[in-house]
Design a protein around this ligand. Structure first.
Ligand code: MG
Length: 220
């Protein structure tokens, strides 16, 4: 079982499933030359992909083009199925910032052949996640802001109110097909500005006002 620290607490959060959403920001869909989706694009990463602050991001030799995708992560605090959008807020435990590390060349090849993205998106160390900040720390409905830098240079910045599908819409949609459990995480998609990372790069991702993570990229 993978555990993540809770912000400003000695307690931990045990991670169950890791859901990820593709193309949830209009500008990112544009940069990937994709249409804006009618429904959320959902995929999973195994829990073995999870790493926490300070651990290395290890890029498999199969890829020459790994990309960073900084994302707001929703942590689920209550079990449920077929959750309505109006009830969905009650299922949110808190928020974190995460990196959906992606082997873009491997993903593009898979897309071309109509094959799954599992290796491109779910390899070991592909899901760095910060400590989880309980939702009581946020003044909802103010947008939650997050960003990432590579070697100190800002590459991506996003806000929760810029999403095509809001966290409550995502919870409602995902729970039609999957039982949400306490400990599930939802990576909510990346804003524009994704770019390639190289051996030795330092990636930092920040949930503005609360917490950040710092990871070195290593090509195996
Ligand atoms: Mg992503």
């Amino acid at each position: 079982m993978k555990k993540i620290n809770l912000h400003a607490s000695d307690e931990t959060f045990t991670v169950q499933k890791i859901f990820c959403i593709g193309k949830n920001y209009a500008e990112h869909a544009k940069e990937m030359q994709s249409d804006i989706p009618e429904f959320p694009v959902v995929f999973l990463k195994p829990t073995t992909a999870l790493i926490t602050n300070g651990e290395q991001i290890c890029i498999p030799t199969i890829s020459k083009q790994p990309h960073h995708e900084v994302e707001l992560v929703v942590a689920i605090g209550k079990e449920g199925k077929n959750i309505s959008e109006s009830e969905a807020e009650n299922y949110i435990f808190g928020y974190a910032v995460g990196l959906d590390m992606t082997l873009r060349d491997v993903q593009s090849e898979a897309k071309k052949k109509g094959l799954p993205w599992t290796i491109a998106k779910g390899f070991d160390t592909s899901a760095p996640v910060s400590s989880i900040v309980p939702k009581s720390f946020f003044s909802i409905p103010n947008p939650i802001e997050f960003f990432c830098t590579i070697n100190g240079i800002e590459k991506q910045r996003g806000k929760s109110n810029e999403m095509i599908f809001s966290p409550t819409k995502l919870i409602s949609f995902i729970s039609k097909f999957f039982t949400l459990e306490v400990g599930d995480l939802i990576f909510t998609g990346t804003p524009s500005g994704v770019s390639e990372v190289h051996h030795g790069d330092i990636i930092e991702a920040t949930l503005v006002g609360f917490t950040s993570i710092r990871h070195q990229v290593v090509f195996l």
